[in-house]
Ligand binder design. Structure first.
Ligand code: ASP
Length: 591
């Protein structure tokens, strides 16, 4: 038997027991006539002691153990003289009597420690070693616990987990598809699912009533800290439900996760905000509401006083940073540089401090009377010591998005984005369509299967379909969209109309979605659902900055797995088998 106990379970009550442990050598050090070895496994670290007095050879052998050697040790548990309060096994040690080296190890390329000396790239290349570090392993343990709780909750609510296929046909859902060539059907490709959207809807037509699946989804998008080319969704669908039913059930699931995983009891209903208000007050459809700092529009107050930048603007708006009037000129210049970065694109920033006597001192004082500045101050309900920051522009939406970045940055600087504080909300009433300048047409904001609000259906025949609101909802926590869904169209003629409005000819709609439209003719029930992003939930609960750290084997920002070196070229014979001839443009090769 390799072990009778693991490296995390022995306590003072086990003193005098004979035990056998197996694990990895964290470190071995010789001190006086003893060798101390920290033995590690998934469960913890236990100190082993080899003494010269009882077995000089063994003590010598132990002192030669390299980092990450795999060993098996038998011995007696005894109380430590100098205890280590930092680890659960810190009261005891093993007086080792035997030592069996099960496997040697090359010196690892970085220290297997929470505070490792390994950089990101190195850690990803040797991810299997990185995963030995407690802080990374903990994230995967948390992930496991969360999926267990998700299954427990959904099972109790009558949901059935059903697997849907990975090799499907390309469908438009907003992102680019990853495709897989078909050997048996030369020239034809499968697509990997961006989500199981249509299959889950078909399962509703089949009468499954409540479906879920913890499922890999694939989107070929540019990557960011909260995006990976393959990611995991908790995908759900229900029949005979309205928006309120879905929201209630999944708010319940969120509360269940908060309770069981973070021990946070959320008793209040999550607040709701319309998409329109989210954009107006936060410049984002996923506002971080851990702090207030809502936008205040200033067109009425600030326009028309001779300050050219504002006079030519179609939007002037600002935020009030409580207690930040002490910001130095240098800090304000840095904020101006921040909003001017090309990624944000503002032209400049105006600031105003509310001084201790209530007077307002701004960077544009020469254009405004103190009376106007006071009006502005009142619009923010600003008080002495507050700092007002204002942006303007000729495109309201764009300027609001810039102001959103500024709001987040200032909140970060003021320590208002505490990772242990959670603020949940639902964003509702999304527009059904979004105009794409690139495509020169309206696109579905969520996806083409989302239903319009019944009262807005007549607007579908009008000239401004941008005004139609969808039965769609997103859950947002701390500025992260952790899930979203909608009530679906279940009527084939409305679905046909939707395709038409999205620019599909009847033939194209029939060719791509004929099977769905047909299915809807066989008694499709009213249905709707939602998908939660598992990776985002885990990283939120673990307090991580990137979802990468809660994925066992993630891709880097260029979509590569540097450990296995994927993606990679195919052998000519494989290409031949697939009936594929490559014609790669030199300028398209990135690495
Ligand atoms: N399929 C959608 C998504 O992946 C979620 C949903 O509408 O249920 O975002």
């Amino acid at each position: 038997m390799y072990r009778t106990k693991n490296c995390g379970e022995l306590r003072i009550a086990d003193v005098e027991k004979n035990v056998t442990l197996s694990g990895w050598v964290q470190r071995a050090r010789k001190m006086g006539g003893m060798t101390f070895v920290d033995l590690r496994d998934r469960y913890g670290v236990t100190q082993l002691v080899f003494s010269e007095d009882s077995n000089a050879d063994l003590c010598e052998k132990a002192s030669k153990l390299g980092r990450e050697y795999v060993i098996q040790v038998s011995g007696t548990v005894r109380e430590r003289q100098s205890k280590n309060a930092n680890i659960p096994t810190g009261d005891i040690e093993i007086a080792a009597e035997t030592l069996n080296v099960l496997n040697e190890s090359k010196t690892p390329p970085f220290t297997i420690d929470n505070n490792t000396d390994g950089g990101d790239e190195l850690r990803m290349k040797y991810r299997y070693l990185d995963l030995r570090r407690e802080c990374v392993r903990k994230n995967l343990e948390l992930r496991h616990k969360m999926t267990m709780e998700v299954r427990r909750y959904l099972d109790a609510q009558g949901f059935i987990e059903v697997e849907t296929p990975m090799l499907i046909a390309s469908t438009p859902e907003g992102a680019r598809d990853f495709v897989v060539p078909s050997r048996m059907n030369p020239g034809q490709f499968y697509a990997l699912p961006q989500s199981p959207q249509l299959f889950k809807q078909l399962l509703m037509v089949s009468g499954f009533d409540r479906y879920f699946q913890i499922v890999k989804c694939f989107r070929d998008e540019d990557l960011r800290a909260d995006r990976q080319p393959e990611f995991t969704q908790i995908d759900c669908e229900m029949s005979f439900v309205e928006q309120e039913d879905v929201i209630t059930l999944f708010e319940g699931m969120a509360k269940h996760l908060f309770k069981t995983i973070r021990n946070v009891e959320l008793t209040e209903k999550f607040p709701r905000i319309t998409w329109h208000d989210a954009m107006k007050y936060y410049g984002s459809d996923k506002p971080d509401t851990r702090f207030d700092m809502k936008f205040v529009e200033l067109m009425d107050i600030m326009k028309g006083h001779g300050f050219g930048v504002f006079d030519s603007a179609t939007y002037i708006g600002g935020i009030c940073a409580k207690g930040a009037a002490s910001y130095t000129r240098k800090q304000l210049d840095a904020l101006t540089d921040f909003v001017r970065r090309p990624q944000i694109g503002a032209k400049g920033m105006v600031y105003a401090r509310v001084e201790s006597d209530g007077n307002v001192k701004s960077s544009v004082d020469k254009f405004y009377t103190q009376e106007t500045l006071q009006q502005m101050k009142n619009a923010f309900a600003a008080e002495p010591g507050d700092l007002i920051l204002i942006l303007s522009g000729d495109d309201a939406m764009k300027t609001r998005k810039q102001l959103c970045e500024l709001r987040l940055e200032v909140a970060e600087q003021l320590g208002m984005r505490d990772k242990n504080k959670f603020s949940c909300l639902w964003v509702v009433d999304f527009p059904l369509f979004e105009y794409s300048e690139e495509e020169g047409r309206y696109m579905a904001m969520h996806h083409p299967f989302t239903s319009p609000k019944p009262e807005d259906v007549p607007l579908l025949d009008g000239s401004d379909i941008g005004k139609v609101r969808a039965n769609a909802y997103d859950m947002v926590i701390n500025g992260v969209e952790v899930g979203g869904g909608s009530i679906r169209i279940f009527d084939s003629s409305l679905q046909n109309k939707m395709f038409r409005l999205l620019g599909f000819t009847p033939e194209q709609a029939q060719q791509q979605f004929g099977w769905l439209l047909d299915a809807f003719k066989y008694g499709a029930p009213p249905h709707g659902g939602l998908a939660y992003g598992l990776d985002r939930w885990v990283s939120l609960f673990a307090g991580l900055d990137s979802i990468r750290d809660c994925i066992a084997f993630p891709k880097n920002n260029s979509g590569r797995d540097t450990m296995i070196d994927a993606p990679s070229k195919l052998e000519p014979s494989q290409l031949e088998e697939l009936n594929i001839a490559l014609d790669i443009k030199e300028n398209k090769i990135i690495s």
